[in-house]
Design a protein around this ligand. Structure first.
Ligand SMILES: Nc1ncnc2c1ncn2[C@@H]1O[C@H](COP(=O)(O)OP(=O)(O)OP(=O)(O)O)[C@@H](O)[C@H]1O
Ligand SMILES: [Mg+2]
Length: 447
């Protein structure tokens, strides 16, 4: 059964504009869905119909298999389960303070006062908004407003969260934070639906993409199918994602092959082969670009030495001093290229006590003891714990992909992950390894 469906949905605005002209969609629980399409194609209108703000002229919207009814009581129920964040935050925020705005949903759900307070405080902390709790929303910046609007919807804990253009007006860091929050929510089993003009985001983030055009579903499916179709992109005035464009250029030059990649990691994997160099440590000598060096493995690290009569040899791609790292190309011999290791430490989620349930000295000892070249933090409680332990994560967004890219460069990295995200890291690495790519080792530890 689908969590949300529409059947032959038609909507005409009072001025006669036919905004939706027979929309059929089927959305599975727990998936990330992105709607793309040109201005005026009907995305916002569809979203307003999905949670009953607008009533269709024809057709129906089904939530958990049952058609939505439009009496006040039924609509209240539907809106508890399907939250919507409007395209324009000013349409959403109205309370005198940020706290009251986020509290509006839980109060309306009829929760007792202490429950409302703990729920709102937890949500504000989760969104990093605690410092703004007493500010009037109309005094906030565009990005801050967006976060408050999203927090207000998340606080109601709906099953489905619909966000119309969630990243518009956000700076790159703010946009990355929101994307990460959406991933965290999806990980708690929520179904997330967004609209966006950012094809790069839709291609790397969504499980399913719907392309709308002139009030109809023009096409739908996995991003790798939708965004690899140049004709479809052209007909709907969409742009190919940058990664697909890059891949096409590589493909035309015979450097890459396979399916069009959707993520940076896929792109790197698609160009693996004779062109990939080996990153290695330089032993006690200086290297010049183009120099022939010998290579051998020591404690999992590839080391370059001046004499070329080792089990493997190659050419240095750049100058490097003793003790540095260098990339070697044109590797010949029996050296098997090793990848780095990803070590995941599971940090309890905020509701499991978060950083309060972590022995900070154990964590510090782990980081000191090991040879991790980089540290990533994933999820709110992991970031808070890292800060407590004085660890400055090198990456906090796109953590799984970043860790795998580092591993492919031969670097070990530590990932602090909140709750079940730890298993998710391992699952993603295993999925990728099973595709016949170079194997990346990944282990999980609870602390
Ligand atoms: N209140 C309204 N009254 C009349 N027509 C409207 C109204 N709101 C939207 N429309 C029309 O309905 C169509 C679909 O608009 P909608 O806002 O759903 O598109 P959209 O895909 O969200 O576009 P955008 O990418 O610009 O946000 C457009 O032709 C628009 O002009
Ligand atoms: Mg819109």
């Amino acid at each position: 059964m689908f969590i949300l469906e529409t059947r032959n949905l038609k909507y005409e605005y009072p001025d006669g504009t036919l905004a939706l002209d027979g929309i059929d969609i089927e959305i599975e629980k727990g998936k990330r869905i992105a709607f793309v399409g040109p201005n005026g194609s009907g995305k916002s209108t569809l979203f307003l119909l999905l949670n009953g703000i607008l009533e269709p002229r024809q057709g129906e919207v089904l939530f958990q298999g049952r058609p939505i009814k439009y009496d006040a009581k039924s609509l209240r129920e539907v809106r508890k389960q399907i939250g919507i964040v409007f395209q324009n935050s000013d349409d959403q925020l109205f309370a005198p303070t940020v706290y009251q705005d986020v509290a509006f949903g839980p109060v309306n759900l009829g929760l007792p006062e202490e429950k409302v307070e703990s729920c709102v405080n937890r949500t504000l902390e989760y969104f990093g908004l605690t410092g703004l709790r007493d500010k009037p929303p109309h005094h906030l910046s565009g990005g801050q407003k967006k976060k408050v609007a999203i927090a207000g919807v998340v606080a109601m804990e709906p099953e489905v969260i619909i966000l119309d253009e969630p990243l518009s007006n956000l700076d790159p860091a703010g946009a990355s934070e929101i994307v990460e929050l959406l991933n965290e929510l999806k990980h708690f089993g929520k179904t997330i639906i967004i609209s966006t003009h950012d094809v790069d985001l839709a291609s790397r983030w969504a499980d399913v993409v719907y392309v709308l055009n002139r009030g109809k579903v023009y096409n739908s499916g996995h991003p790798s199918r939708i965004f690899a179709d140049s004709a479809l992109m052209e007909n709907t005035k969409l742009k190919l994602p940058t990664i697909v464009e890059t891949f096409r250029e590589f493909e035309a030059r015979g450097i890459a092959d396979g399916h069009a990649p959707m993520t940076l990691l896929d792109l790197v994997d698609s160009v693996e082969g004779p062109y990939i160099g080996v990153r290695c440590a330089v032993a006690d000598f200086d290297i010049l670009k183009g120099q022939q060096v010998g290579l051998f493995m020591r404690e999992g690290t590839i080391v370059a030495v001046p004499h070329a009569e080792q089990e493997a040899a190659g050419l240095a791609l750049s100058d490097a001093a003793a003790g540095d790292e260098v990339l070697i190309e044109d590797v010949r011999g029996s050296l098997t290229s090793g990848t780095g290791r990803i070590h995941v430490v599971r940090i309890p989620r905020v509701i499991e006590g978060g950083s309060n349930n972590v022995d900070i000295s154990d964590l510090k000892a782990l980081v000191d003891r090991a040879t991790f070249k980089r540290v990533g933090a994933m999820g709110t409680s992991a970031k808070v714990t890292a800060a407590k332990a004085g660890i400055h994560p090198d990456f906090e967004v796109d953590v799984i992909q970043s860790a795998m890219l580092l591993a492919l460069r031969g670097l070990d990295c530590l990932v602090l992950a909140s709750g079940g995200m730890a298993e998710l890291v391992k699952q993603r690495v295993d999925e990728r390894n099973s595709n016949g790519c170079r194997n990346i080792q990944c282990s999980i530890e609870k602390i």
